[in-house]
Design a binder for this molecule. Structure first.
Ligand SMILES: Cc1cc2nc3c(=O)[nH]c(=O)nc-3n(C[C@H](O)[C@H](O)[C@H](O)COP(=O)(O)O)c2cc1C
Length: 196
């Protein structure tokens, strides 16, 4: 009711989309990741900043290093998924603001000269972009398995640097056998939406 998006697309992105815990062996190609990013980059952020960074963990050696930093229950999923991505927030995202906001290059220094302010903004806006990324994965006909059960300091040290804060790890691929638990309930409209 009232939606203009095709019902099949609504199912693909939301109603029938699930968080996958197992995957088939079918690879996820760089072309698919490119197509996903080419959608995701249009998701809105404050001042059009773009703090999300995505590290594709492709080599078996890097995968092994990442698995070591995952919570025990998450390790088998990260070991087996066709593609695994580390999503992080770039706390120095303001350096790109003149490129992303060419009509207002003064915003970079006016609002983001202080690191704590940037960290807050990066955490919020990269999390938004992570959500767009998960929906983008679904739009490619794939399933995502986002996870925050991991050693954040360990992942940062192993794969990133002091300017990049890990947000989550996302397993990506075609869902395998017994890929999910029964769907858990969601809050009803009245529990969430108030009108003043
Ligand atoms: C930010 C985030 C962190 C999550 N962390 C974990 C995790 O560490 N381990 C896990 O098994 N599932 C994790 N999940 C999966 C959620 O439990 C799952 O997405 C949620 O229950 C909805 O499942 P559904 O999409 O199948 O309805 C995480 C999901 C999100 C979005």
């Amino acid at each position: 009711m009232s939606l203009v998006l095709d019902p099949a697309a609504q199912d693909l992105l939301f109603r029938e989309a699930r968080t996958a815990n197992t995957f088939t062996d079918e690879p996820v190609t760089d072309e698919q990741v490119q197509a996903i990013y080419d959608l995701v980059k249009f998701g809105p952020t404050a001042f059009n900043q773009s703090p999300l960074r995505v590290t594709l963990v492709r080599s078996p050696e890097a995968r092994e290093r990442l698995v070591r930093h995952m919570a025990e229950g998450n390790q088998p999923k990260t070991a087996a998924a066709p593609l695994v991505a580390i999503l992080s927030a770039d706390n120095e995202f303001h350096e790109e603001l003149p490129q992303l906001l060419p009509h207002a290059p003064q915003i970079k220094d006016m609002f983001f000269s202080e690191r704590p302010v940037r960290e807050n903004a990066a955490a919020l806006n990269a999390a938004l972009q992570a959500a767009y990324f998960i929906i983008g994965v679904r739009a490619a006909g794939l399933a995502a398995g986002p996870m925050t059960g991991l050693d954040f300091a360990g992942v940062q040290k192993e794969f990133l640097d002091d300017d990049h804060a890990p947000l989550m790890v996302v397993n990506i691929g075609k869902p395998g056998e017994d890929a999910w638990f029964p769907r858990s309930p969601r809050l009803a409209f009245d529990q969430v939406i108030t009108t003043v």
